[in-house]
Design a protein around this ligand. Sequence first.
Ligand SMILES: [Zn+2]
Length: 481
Amino acid sequence: MAETFVTEITPQSTDYSRWYLDVVRKAELADYSPVKGCMVIRPYGYAIWEHIQRGLDDRIKATGHVNAYFPLFIPESLLMREAKHVEGFAPQVAWVTKGGDEELEEKLIVRPTSETIFGVMYQKWIQSWRDLPLLINQWANVVRWEKVTRPFLRTTEFLWQEGHTAHETADEAQEETLKILNLYAEFCETVLAMPVVKGQKSDSEKFAGASNTYSIEALMGDGRALQAGTSHNLGQNFAKAFEIQFQGRDKTLQYVWTTSWGVTTRLVGGLIMTHGDDSGLVLPPSVAPWQVVIVPIPRGNWKETVLPACETIRGQLQAAGIRVKLDADESQTPGWKYAEYEMRGVPLRLEIGPKDIEKNSVFAARRDTRQKQSLPMEGLADRIKELLAEIQASLLSKALAFREEHTSRVSSYDEFKRAMEGRPGFVVAPWCESATCEAEIKAETQATIRNIPFVAAPASGKTCIRCGKPATAHAWFAKAY
Ligand SMILES: [Zn+2]
């Protein structure tokens, strides 16, 4: 039991960034590819993404949206239609200039996001108020040319879902924008056990072409924030650029109101850094490719006694809907397997040997708390389901407690700068909402405004930490990924 194995994972306290890369590589989540800035998502990492997709897709459909698929390429002229959008995305665009041997008459871009091509199609499909709302989502890959990349957190090509909706009124578009923000937050907390702060982005951080951007922000184990999802109210900006008009109930011709929103494979990076420890990954049962691993103890005539019992248990757990792996590989010792599945973050390990069979019980070890206990075979599947639910809940409370411990509230710039040293977490501070103060704070401390939460305390009577003028908001600052 006390055996330790060299896992080649750098401790978090030595170098968090190296710890992250070690976990990604050792747990076989992703690998570097011959294409600069593009990763290969390996089967174990992709299985996690599939569980994320399933959970989100169910929620997106349950709120009335449908899936479709739009082209990977977007003609140059479409990108150019919305001025702010071009300005924001042009520096990151990958171009296609040739098809086979022939120069293209019009260059194509590889989509960095799809507002423009949705816009063109919505212009064709929407004529009357009866066609609204139009609520379409797509699961796709996008490309944004990045200079510095890190697996899952920032890659040139990444996977995501992008929702694009069109509405009859401004109020409906705003309602949709916030409905999705809440859906994302609920998903992150329930499924990923990753608490998030919901709020509005500052003007300088909003999406290129949006009227308002809202985000969910999570706190990683090193005290840096991660933007985990965004939802944009695009107002009539894209409707005007793409002439998306409809005949209203009063017979007048009006522009629609649109929204867009997305989360990406970045969520996998968020999971790693929310729950991981020096032994590797810690996965919430909801997204773990294997929720339970069974390790038989090979003693005596184990193949006649222990192994059949393990197979029976595997069958019972599978029948109960639990994702389970039985590792009967004889070339590795149980101790090696314990370390391996801990590193891969499997929530619960069952050890079964001849003595357990005699006692009609199994030995269970939790990955999150490392607590060990003997469980009777009788009613095992039900007990394991309860344990998995306990693990899921306990990961969320632990992450919430960590965020509380790493959120400080300050009222002066000196306090702010002190709080931002080392591993800061969130620092909540009164702000005058001027872009100048925001830019100066960023230049001087590397901290950015993550968002302005809806539930923040009123800032009346407080002064901006940077300029000393009356504050109008409490902003949540952090150093961010
Ligand atoms: Zn100020």
